[in-house]
Design a protein around this ligand. Structure first.
Ligand SMILES: Cc1cc2nc3c(=O)[nH]c(=O)nc-3n(C[C@H](O)[C@H](O)[C@H](O)COP(=O)(O)OP(=O)(O)OC[C@H]3O[C@@H](n4cnc5c(N)ncnc54)[C@H](O)[C@@H]3O)c2cc1C
Length: 281
């Protein structure tokens, strides 16, 4: 029986493994081959690692953990967990059952992009969701923000820190009242309610936002990646589902960049600290 099994070898899971391993606890970290920011070209806003590729960042962490014989990282998908007496059983995709005294779920979130034609090839390259991660590289440029209602409005105001050439694209009714519109106008942020037909780009670079009258799009959402993990024994560990606004930014003609997630904006450093707060090991 392991002292702890950590599901997820992202920054949060690996960080927890580092501390637990150094506390002489036998730790097993389980992870699928998927990682959240795989679409990103580089990591920003993390001290000592600014500009590093996300995969390289994870590899550095794993290399450093390799010197601890108390920590084992294994590629395996967890399909269920259940409580057993004082501990837990963790069931893997291939049917193997592992047991542990403590279980830490660090499976992160999955970003569900809005169903915009063309967005997949651009996300992480010229369409982003987090201004703190990626807006610096486009400071002072023309940016398009995608979002409706209070989320779109908030994102637009946030982005004024990086540029004064903004347009809020709501892809339909903006969902804003006169007061909101007046505030946006005061900050010189025009609101465009035209439906978005598709995003045109080349080599990952957004070139045009094509508007049309017959397409529609709902708010993008960020959903928990492992809702299926929440067996009855772990109801209290259900992960929240965050709604997010995809902020698309456009450079001159029409170039998008995504912007932030709603409530909290998760960054690598936050994911480490929040896990520490949440799980009182
Ligand atoms: C495009 C993009 C760009 C970003 N840029 C930055 C940036 O520049 N700076 C910054 O600080 N942050 C950035 N972020 C945010 C950063 O990626 C996250 O905050 C961070 O990855 C969260 O770490 P985590 O460990 O909580 O979750 P994740 O990194 O999502 O790790 C969770 C892990 O759990 C594993 N997992 C999930 N389900 C299972 C299962 N059932 N069984 C086994 N394993 C499972 C997954 O394989 C994954 O590796 C970016 C995010 C995105 C999407």
């Amino acid at each position: 029986m392991f002292d702890a099994i950590i599901i997820g070898a992202g920054p949060a899971g690996l960080s927890a493994a580092s501390i637990l391993g150094r506390c002489c606890r036998q730790v097993l970290v389980l992870n699928t081959a998927v990682y959240r920011n795989s679409a990103a070209q580089a990591l920003h806003g993390y001290l000592t690692r600014d500009g590093v590729g996300p995969l390289e960042f994870l590899q550095i962490a794993r290399d450093q953990l390799a010197r601890y014989d108390t920590v084992n990282v294994r590629q395996a998908e967890v399909v269920d967990v259940r409580s057993i007496g004082e501990g837990f059983e963790v069931i893997l995709r291939d049917g193997i059952v592992l047991s542990c005294r403590k279980l830490l779920i660090a499976t992160g979130v999955v970003d569900a992009l809005p169903p915009l034609v063309g967005i997949d090839a651009l996300y992480g390259r010229s369409v982003f969701h987090c201004p703190y991660c990626d807006a610096w590289e486009y400071r002072g440029q023309a940016l398009a923000i995608y979002g409706q209602g209070k989320h779109g409005k908030r994102l637009a105001f946030e982005l004024t820190a990086w540029s004064n050439d903004l347009v809020l694209c709501t892809d339909g009714p903006a969902g804003l009242d006169e007061h909101d519109l007046a505030r946006l106008a005061k900050h010189s942020v025009p609101v465009r309610e035209d439906r978005i037909e598709r995003l045109d780009g080349e080599n990952g670079r957004l070139q045009r936002i094509m508007f049309a009258g017959d397409s529609s799009m709902s708010s993008p959402v960020t959903v928990a990646s492992s809702a299926a993990l929440c067996s009855s024994a772990l109801q209290s560990v259900k992960r929240p589902v965050w709604r997010s606004n995809l902020v698309v930014r456009s450079m001159t003609k029409v170039r998008w960049r995504p912007a932030s997630m709603n409530p909290p904006i998760f960054q690598v450093c936050m994911s480490r600290e929040m896990r520490r707060e949440r799980y009182n090991w």
